[in-house]
Write a protein that binds this ligand. Structure first.
Ligand code: ASP
Length: 349
């Protein structure tokens, strides 16, 4: 079990060409806007309406030392959809780390084979250590309970689109964040990235002993936002424009009370009691479907605000934009290397 430890408060440079992506603290609003504009540009490629070869000859090294489905596959698909190539290794067992190789040596070696690296590792701060020894840009795909910057970027991108559909900006919105706020790295990154906006109201609800780390709470408040810790999911959800639920990160618990109140963290009845069945519903996934997992119930899946699969679709788009930015490719270069495709991937009715 990995004890909770915040990633060291290192200052990383603003995100851009030739930069690592280690933390959401590398974004200001213009940097995020540029990334989102690029994401809009590549949407037809992600939707398979066109094919692109702009990353022809580029190699992604994908190293996941912790389980992943959508993050790994979406990063790898993003690179491949842009015409690049991918090499991959998953788990310690299948890498030389199982023979005691240090993060430093592994990073130095694999950066000799790739143009960009995507790394997930179970310890907070470890991906930054990895980056320090790498000779090519490193993208943090989740470092223990630390950060998950690409997830937060796709979350804010999705939230902006969903609020936009309702004629609302992100500034001034109310977002309820529920679940494991202590070990949920997506929540840590999301709160920090949302804090770039104006006048956000955050209502929080977590099982006992899985509260938000105080330094993240303080970070958000210092930027002038309201953070209200609520005693129940119903209280947290009431009046929220969007509700972001997360699973209990059981693989990181170190003796905390794991027995949440029983039942669901969030379900239709809770939303109905809060008079908020229309809220935008988000979750980084995976949703824990085991009995008593205390997660988001599938009984919300036919509600109009369900955005969890928009998040996963947008993950591909935002990760394409991350690679283009890191490798210094602009929208014009994408346009020049994109063509219509003769094949059709859609199911027939
Ligand atoms: N997939 C997300 C992560 O890697 C959320 C989760 O695992 O609960 O952090």
């Amino acid at each position: 079990m990995m004890p909770f430890e915040s990633a060291p408060q290192t200052v990383f440079p603003l995100f851009g060409q030739g930069r690592h992506l280690l933390s959401v603290s590398q974004f200001d609003l213009p940097t995020m806007r540029r990334l989102f504009d690029l994401a809009d540009t590549v949407t037809p490629i992600a939707r398979r309406q066109a094919v692109c070869t702009v990353l022809d000859g580029a190699m992604l090294g994908s190293l996941f030392f912790e389980p992943s489905t959508r993050t790994r596959l979406s990063f790898e698909s993003a690179f491949l959809r842009l015409g690049g190539e991918v090499t991959t290794t998953t788990g310690f067992t299948f890498s030389s780390m199982a023979k005691g190789e240090s993060i430093h040596d592994t990073a130095r070696v694999v950066s000799g084979y790739s143009d960009v690296l995507v790394v997930r590792h179970p310890e907070a701060g470890s991906v930054a250590q990895f980056a320090a020894a790498s000779t090519v840009p490193v993208v943090n795909a989740g470092d223990g309970a630390g950060e998950h910057p690409s997830q937060a970027l796709l979350d804010v991108y999705t939230l902006e689109k969903e609020l936009g559909r309702r004629g609302r900006p992100v500034d001034g919105c109310h977002i309820a964040i529920l679940g494991d706020l202590k070990y949920g790295r997506t929540v840590h990154s999301l709160l920090k990235l949302m804090a770039l906006h104006e006048d956000i109201v955050f209502t929080l609800f977590s099982p006992p002993s899985l509260e938000l780390p105080p330094e993240i709470d303080a970070y958000v408040r210092q930027r002038g936002h309201r953070v209200l810790v609520q005693p129940s999911a119903v209280a947290a959800v009431a009046g929220a424009d969007a509700v972001y639920a997360t699973r209990v990160q059981r693989e990181r618990l170190t003796g905390e009370v794991t027995q949440a109140a029983g039942g669901d963290l969030l379900n239709r009845a809770i939303l109905a009691e809060a008079d908020n069945l229309d809220a935008i519903l988000m979750h980084p996934l995976p949703r824990d479907s085991r009995p008593d997992s205390f997660d988001l119930s599938p009984d919300v899946d036919d509600l109009p605000g369900l955005a969890i699969f928009d998040q996963t679709d947008n993950g591909l788009i935002v990760r394409m934009a991350i690679f283009l930015t890191v490798l210094g490719v602009d929208a014009e270069a994408v346009r020049l290397t994109t063509k219509q495709r003769p094949w059709k991937a859609s199911l027939q009715p």
